[in-house]
Design a protein around this ligand. Structure first.
Ligand code: NAI
Length: 474
């Protein structure tokens, strides 16, 4: 008789593979179904990891060309070998995806290659790449199929001139002119990569600020830094179409305040206007599982999917980009862990107040908790402290003085409510704030904790001291 799994996870991205490992650690007999040839989903194959490999490589190139001389390092004839840069990125991806295969073996997780679909709440139909079908039985299901890039209906992806983030990781030549539609995380990160490698990059953004819902003051700071680096911006404008003439795109846009129509040429147009859940073809409709108009799967506090009959399927869980909340790998991971713990009879839980957000430009932009705008909107009385990296000794020594830290704390209790950093290594620095907020700590806790001297992290301590008016400004 075919065996019955305790858990079948559909999708092996950060949410799925981390959830599967947690389930296996808790003694559940676990299988993972993945449609792609390698594990790791968008993040490892065509997202977080390859983009960071290119961000690091392109930053080295930019530093060698523009910054080393100031350190007295004369690098003559600095040149770009794009093929090597792309190969290195591919190798980084391969090492990471192989790492997941290793982790599956180590944790005795059974992998299945194919597209998974719910035939019933306890049966998963798997369609292999060659079309062959199989059905496996399971006590629990975790839907972790992630998301796909939004397409603009008037500017369909063609994979060459109008591209998504996936193709932006594999361009074999540096575009002369690149237009990026959308100044969110993807637009700013991949726009930075190609700008550093020599492209003339213009970002068209619908909103009046860059970096989405990040703190407005710090977004403006990053905006000015990126402009200084050479990135051009057209804010408050919506793209309305693109015409391709001899492989050059003419992108049409309209300024929102006066309706003025304009256009701009580009060899490559990167459309980065958000992502939508990948919830099609999973067989959700037949089981009455509720999705909203965007395809977002609805779940209860335990990640159990809601059904049209106003109840839940207790053994079908959904996590990550498929369900509401920010589309972030680390949010999916924590939900995968929590769902696995809940189905194993433990008390899984995710603290959504401390999900960090990072945009990996240079300097980086990292944040946790509330922005000033959110606190004002919710009538929460707060105090703020700020500190610029230009006054931080280590930042001066490293010639990394662009950016600042903002610490927001409750006006009465001093509880840390939000921390926002534009600066060197902000992606790593933010986790001090995450940990303090996890323990419901205060700005005073941050200010009184040791910070080794000289480090970038002292800028956080100074900003925390600033909440009480005690910053030691130089
Ligand atoms: P996003 O939602 O962060 O930003 C899209 C931007 O496009 C918005 O600012 C929006 O106003 C603008 N936009 C939409 N339609 C437009 C139009 N017609 N013309 C001009 N502007 C327009 O989406 P993004 O950057 O594509 O990222 C997708 C998802 O992936 C997000 O949830 C993001 O958080 C996640 N992600 C996270 C990363 C990170 O944490 N570092 C890196 C990459 C992606």
């Amino acid at each position: 008789m075919a065996e019955t799994y305790d858990l079948v996870v559909i999708g092996s991205g950060p949410g799925g593979y981390v959830g599967a490992i947690r389930a296996a650690q808790l003694g559940l007999k676990t299988a993972v179904v993945e449609k792609d040839p390698t594990f790791g989903g968008t993040c490892l194959n065509v997202g977080c990891i390859p983009s960071k490999a290119l961000l690091d490589s392109s930053e080295h190139y930019s530093v060698a060309r523009h910054e080393l001389a100031a350190h007295g390092v004369i690098a003559k004839g600095v040149d770009l070998d794009l093929a090597t840069m792309l190969n290195r990125k591919d190798k980084v991806v391969l090492d990471n995806t192989n790492g997941i295969s290793f982790l599956f073996k180590k944790n005795k997780i059974t992998p299945f290659r194919g597209k998974g679909r719910l035939r019933s709440p306890t049966e998963i139909e798997i369609t292999a790449p060659d079309g062959g079908q199989d059905v496996i039985k399971t006590r629990n299901v975790m839907l972790a199929t992630g998301s796909v890039a939004n397409e603009l209906p008037f500017m369909r992806f063609d994979g060459r001139t109008i591209i998504s983030s996936t193709e932006a990781l594999t361009l074999s030549t540096v575009p002369r002119k690149m237009v990026v539609v959308g100044a969110g995380a993807i637009g700013l990160e991949l726009g930075s990569v190609w700008m550093r490698l020599g492209a003339d990059v213009t970002v068209i953004e619908y909103g009046n600020k860059i970096a989405g819902v990040m703190d407005a003051g710090l977004s403006d700071r990053l905006f000015r830094i990126l402009q200084k680096q050479g990135m051009k911006f057209i804010l408050g404008a919506k793209t309305t179409g693109a015409e391709i003439k001899k492989s050059v795109a003419v992108v049409q846009f309209e300024t929102l305040k006066d309706g003025a129509k304009n256009s701009i040429e580009a060899d490559v147009v990167l459309v980065a206007v958000g992502r939508k859940p990948y919830s099609d073809g999973l067989g959700l409709e037949q089981l009455g599982i509720v999705k909203d108009a965007r395809g977002v799967v609805q779940v209860n506090d335990h990640y159990q999917v809601r059904t049209t009959s106003n109840s839940v399927l207790p053994n079908v869980f959904a996590i990550g980009d498929l369900i509401p909340g920010p589309m972030l790998a680390h949010k999916a991971e924590e939900e995968g862990v929590a769902a696995a713990e809940i189905m194993a009879g433990h008390a899984g839980h995710v603290n959504y107040e401390t999900v960090p957000s990072v945009i990996y430009t240079w300097p980086e932009f990292a944040a946790v908790g509330a922005t000033e705008e959110q606190l004002k909107q919710n009538n929460i009385k707060y105090k703020s402290g700020t500190f610029p990296f230009s006054a931080n000794g280590r930042a001066r020594a490293a010639a990394q003085t662009d950016g600042m830290v903002k610490v927001l704390a409750d006006a009465t209790t001093d509880r840390l409510l939000g921390v926002h950093i534009v600066g060197p290594r902000a992606s790593d620095l933010i986790h001090e704030a995450v940990a303090i907020m996890e323990f419901r700590g205060s700005a005073e806790d941050m200010a009184r904790s040791f910070h080794a001297h000289p480090t970038f992290s002292e800028a956080l301590r100074e900003a925390a001291l600033g909440v009480d008016g005690r910053t030691r400004q130089m």
